[in-house]
Ligand binder design. Structure first.
Ligand code: ADP
Ligand code: ZN
Length: 428
């Protein structure tokens, strides 16, 4: 049931002692990096003292480009990765051989936790190369001893062909791509539940709602587990759902977790929503102290029935800068997704647009509907549009302009989905 039972079920006190020891090791290592050297770091006597260390931000990483955060000699570095650049210039991250091994171990731990075992066939549809989703999972799966197909993204028909021919049981896939790929499966007249052996999907890398996860599970006949990570501290494997599917265990032997108020930086108590801040405890090449991830979540209270003691974070709500302000009302794209996914026949793909009409903001929500629904009567389509408008209005307190779109008509990207297009001139 556990990959590393002792570590995964360690009691809180032991875990804290381990964290303190590792934290001082991380601080000592960090001091070798030009960025941290100038910060005059010293050893801490308790975990509470961590709060006296200033944050490290994405901007710091960008300013430190290319080698400002490297804490070891180049002769010890074996790999470079970079973030996807979703919110600006990408940042680079270095790994020693030990870093790669420890990262693979975390991914293996995550996979094992959900029931993946040697004998499974794992198809990794995430991008290989600088993006960490591909290689991160690849090394983890191989460490676990699972046949790994490094197919990478795109070429949907080939993806399905591999699934059929090799009896793929486990897939790692972007949630938006899982929805898109299903439409191809449908087109080919394949019933995933009867014709494929898939049983587990790892979905992550982009924000998605629980409603979308349930759709993916229903359509594909799999259990879908939320996978969270970011390149700056390794990549996938930072936090992951266990079979309870209720929050993601964040591996506290490898990271110290803090949740802070994004505006003031004040550390918030467990249970309150804020920005996730991570301190790496194992990384050699590029230790990060109090890194502001920009991701919004909270720590879930209580122990998980699975027996793991590492605390759980809630599904990521979005990034601090994902929040849309429409005529003064704050909206997170995920609220829109959650709402439309609840309406039957709707939601394989959607797009949010914000227009400016006579100096006012106007929220447009374009949703694809299932083929049978699209070919329904005009009265049915009008009814659906009214229902969506009403439900979105209740959720958001803003009345959107809803358009019903033909399946396959909205843009799909090969990487992370781009859900929002802001057409307001003031945001250009
Ligand atoms: P970038 O920040 O440029 O997209 P990465 O490829 O390193 O770079 O992606 C990490 C980011 O992706 C995280 O900070 C988070 O915003 C998002 N992310 C990763 N996994 C998830 C997930 N399971 N749910 C929501 N967002 C996620
Ligand atoms: Zn659990």
């Amino acid at each position: 049931m556990y990959w590393q039972k002792k570590l995964e079920t360690m009691d809180a006190e032991e875990l804290r002692a381990l964290q303190l020891k590792q934290l001082n090791l991380s601080i000592a290592r960090a001091k070798n990096a030009p960025f941290y050297r100038s910060r005059g770091l010293r050893e801490v006597k308790s975990l509470e003292e961590l709060q006296e260390i200033p944050f490290t931000t994405k901007q710091d990483l960008r300013d430190g480009f290319p080698y400002g955060f490297l804490a070891v000699g180049l002769n010890e570095v074996v790999r470079l990765h970079s973030s996807s650049g979703t919110t600006g210039n990408p940042t680079v991250v270095f790994h020693t051989a030990t870093d790669i091994d420890q990262w693979a171990n975390l991914v293996a731990r995550c996979m094992y936790m959900t029931g993946v075992r040697p004998g499974d066939v794992f198809q990794n549809t995430m991008g290989y190369g600088l993006f960490t989703g591909g290689l991160g999972f690849h090394y983890g799966a191989e460490k676990l001893g699972v046949l790994t197909i490094p197919i990478g993204p795109g070429n949907s028909k080939r993806q399905i062909w591999f699934m059929q021919k090799f009896g793929t049981t486990v897939v790692h896939i972007l949630p938006s791509y899982a929805m898109h790929l299903y439409s191809i499966v449908e087109e080919l007249g394949i019933d995933p539940k009867a014709d494929l052996k898939l049983r587990i999907a790892f979905i992550g890398s982009e924000p998605h709602s629980d409603e979308m996860r349930r759709q993916i599970e229903r359509l594909w006949g799999v259990k879908a587990y939320n996978s969270y990570g970011l390149s700056e501290v390794c990549g996938p494997g930072v936090a992951f759902e266990c079979p309870e599917q209720n929050g993601m265990h964040i591996w506290e032997d490898s990271f110290i977790v803090e949740i802070v108020d994004p505006a003031t930086g004040r550390v918030l108590p467990d249970g309150e929503e804020g920005e996730l801040v991570l301190t790496t405890l194992q990384r050699e090449a590029m230790p990060l102290l109090r890194y502001r991830t920009g991701d919004l979540t909270r720590i879930l209270p209580g122990r998980c029935p699975c027996g793991r003691t590492h605390r759980r974070i809630e599904r990521i709500k979005g990034r601090t800068d994902d929040m849309l302000i429409v005529n003064g009302v704050n909206i997170f794209p995920i609220q829109i997704e959650r709402t439309i996914m609840r309406v039957p026949g709707v939601g394989k793909n959607y797009l949010i647009e914000i227009h400016e009409e006579r100096h006012m903001d106007r929220l447009h929500v374009k949703v694809e509907v299932d083929r049978e629904v699209f070919h329904g009567t005009l009265a049915e389509l009008t009814g659906l549009k009214e229902r969506l408008t009403e439900e979105l209005k209740t959720e958001l307190t803003v009345t959107p302009v809803v358009s019903i779109c033909e399946p396959g008509s909205l843009p799909v990207s090969e990487g992370k989905a781009k859900r929002v297009v802001d057409l307001r001139t003031k945001n250009k």
